[in-house]
Write a protein that binds this ligand. Structure first.
Ligand SMILES: Cc1ncc(C[n+]2csc(CCOP(=O)(O)OP(=O)(O)O)c2C)c(N)n1
Ligand SMILES: [Mg+2]
Length: 552
């Protein structure tokens, strides 16, 4: 029995477990679209390829399986590159399928021709092109394996259109079975016990790819028994239940100085997953590349990441779930000698959570976040893009379940709306709330049309301060009073939402937000709430004028 290359491809996606795909159609992959006509795989069609790629990225974060994104050659692929970059920085499994020009025209710079190995070479975990339809099962199986193994990441596969249209007789691949990742050696766990026995001020930092809810539960139990505070790496706040007595806060942008001090002064620093990158180390100042003052224990599923930036006292190349289970079984060692440490770190976290400063304007973002914290159930999913507005979300919201936070560790604006749409497609029964800035929202806000078309009732909060506020803040710090390129003259967000067929509401005072939120959550349609905030309220700690005065 023969099938088209496109049909073979779709059959492989389905047998490897894909139930959703996100994309913008193109004439370069008509045979794939045709195969989707009767496939048990829902295609969510977006209005821009960055929307599709970021929805697929969100799918990857939520399920641990590669999010599938389908785009056309040239401009379709370059538009999607934003999501590939985020998947790489965030260690998220992603499969970007690109319709490619016909094989016989390659190398002539034909219409929309690109060499994807070159374009995505430094952006993706692996890039390939499938030149013979007979090899689609083999190479798509490899794509699923590479995207999910070790440090998960994005894989890009170029698919020449004549290859997709050709008819072949080829068997399917075996369904992909994700690797559990190796268990840590007994000697490594014993050495960890020895290091902890001597530790007076240890701290664990959890983060990035390969996490599961079970990993989080085991790490919380381990940390509570051992008396080790746990910090969440940048935008990994849902990795451990924030109600755990061991949870000590978020090592992200706008980090609590008390937590920064604990990281800097830790005697044993236990990095569980993640890379201890630039953000959780406050620009590599809390942990020094080459010569950290902490005794570093780095646990990572990919041995290549261990020792890549910091020399380690103990490197453990292991699956995080296997490591967490072994750590939980470890006899507590040294916990009495550091009695009171958990309570002290926890106390700082709770103080930071409770402390709010009254900022200019009748709408306080801290009150908005407290309302969300009080009103949303534990399974609600929160998404955000990049901008100062996200600092309030990170500081004043609490997460209790993994995975419920979708934020770009790449720092890409425009992530929140597509991530929310993707999340709602995965979990239609859960509330999904996106927090966006006015600048951030308009980078991908057209995906509201996708939410309306696909009947995915997400709630988007647009924090409108009429500027690219983050950059204005940096401007005032470095070039006080010289404002260039950061003011925004915005559309009427409520009218814009309604034009899309969404619900729209404006909130200008803190006390009006709870009712507006309830209405948006209950309306059964995608909803936008514009939160009009005072431009002076630029961070939870300082106003714009204060930043300018301090710098002048
Ligand atoms: C795709 C992308 N472009 C540019 C930037 C640089 N950048 C970071 S924050 C920011 C401004 C964000 O403005 P807004 O969404 O209105 O949030 P605010 O800071 O005002 O709260 C910019 C331009 C970025 N991080 N990502
Ligand atoms: Mg803004």
């Amino acid at each position: 029995m023969t099938r088209s290359g496109g049909q073979v491809l779709v059959d492989q996606l389905v047998l490897h477990g894909a139930d959703l795909a996100f994309g913008v159609p193109g004439e370069s992959y008509l045979a794939v679209l045709d195969a989707l006509h009767d496939a048990p795989l829902r295609l969510v069609v977006t209005r821009h390829e960055s929307g599709a790629a970021n929805m697929a990225e969100a799918y990857g974060k939520l399920t641990g399986r590669p999010g599938v994104c389908m785009v056309t050659r040239g401009p379709g692929a370059t538009n999607a590159s934003n999501g590939v970059h985020t998947a790489m920085q965030d260690s998220t499994p992603l499969l970007l399928l690109v319709g490619q020009i016909a094989r016989e025209t390659i190398g002539r710079e034909a219409f929309q021709e690109l060499d994807y190995r070159a374009v995505f070479g430094s952006m993706a975990k692996w890039v390939t092109q499938i030149d013979r339809a007979e090899r689609v099962p083999e190479l798509i199986a490899r794509a699923f394996a590479v995207a999910t193994s070790g440090r998960p990441g994005p894989v890009v596969v170029a698919l020449p259109e004549d290859m997709l249209a050709s008819e072949v007789d080829v068997p399917d691949a075996a369904p992909h079975r994700p690797l559990a990742g190796p268990a840590p050696a007994d000697s490594d766990i014993a050495r960890l016990g020895e290091l902890l026995a001597q530790a007076r001020a240890p701290l664990a930092v959890v983060g990035e790819g390969g996490w599961t809810a079970q990993t989080g539960a085991d790490i919380a139990a381990f940390a509570e028994a051992q008396g080790i505070p746990v910090a969440a790496s940048f935008r990994c706040q849902d990795y451990v239940d924030n109600a755990s007595p061991a949870y000590a806060g978020h090592a992200g942008l706008g980090m609590d100085p008390a937590l920064a001090r604990r990281i800097r002064e830790a005697d044993v620093l236990l990095a569980i997953g993640g890379r201890l990158g630039e953000i959780p180390t406050a620009g590599y100042t809390l942990v020094r590349p080459g010569a950290p003052t902490q005794r570093l224990v780095h646990v990572h599923p990919d041995a290549d990441e261990i020792g890549a930036v910091y020399p380690t006292e103990l490197g453990i190349a292991a699956g995080l779930e296997a490591f967490a289970a072994a750590a939980r079984r470890l006899q507590p060692s040294g916990a009495e000698a550091r009695a009171g440490l958990l309570e002290a770190a926890r106390g700082e976290y709770e103080r930071n959570l409770a402390e709010t400063r009254e900022l200019p304007g009748p709408l306080q973002m801290s009150a908005v976040m407290t309302t969300l914290r009080d009103r949303l159930p534990d399974e609600a999913i929160l998404t955000n893009g990049a901008g100062n507005f996200s600092v309030w979300a990170h500081r004043y919201y609490e997460f209790h379940r993994y995975p419920t936070q979708l934020g770009p560790r790449s720092g890409s604006m425009g992530y929140g709306v597509p991530a929310a749409v993707g999340a709602k497609a995965v979990h239609p029964d859960r509330p999904v709330v996106c927090i966006a800035g006015d600048g951030d929202f308009l980078m991908t806000g057209q995906e509201l049309a996708t939410a309306v078309q696909e009947e995915l009732p997400v709630v988007v909060l647009v924090v409108n301060n009429a500027m690219y506020g983050t950059i204005r803040m940096h401007q005032e710090r470095h070039y006080p009073g010289r404002v260039v390129g950061t003011d925004l003259r915005n559309p009427d967000f409520v009218a814009l939402a309604r034009a899309y067929g969404a619900h729209g509401a404006l909130v200008e005072r803190s006390e009006d937000f709870p009712a507006a939120l309830d209405e948006a959550l209950a309306c059964g349609r995608p909803a936008v709430i514009e939160l009009r905030v005072d431009p002076q309220a630029i961070t939870p700690r300082q106003t714009l004028d204060e930043i300018r005065a301090a710098a002048s």
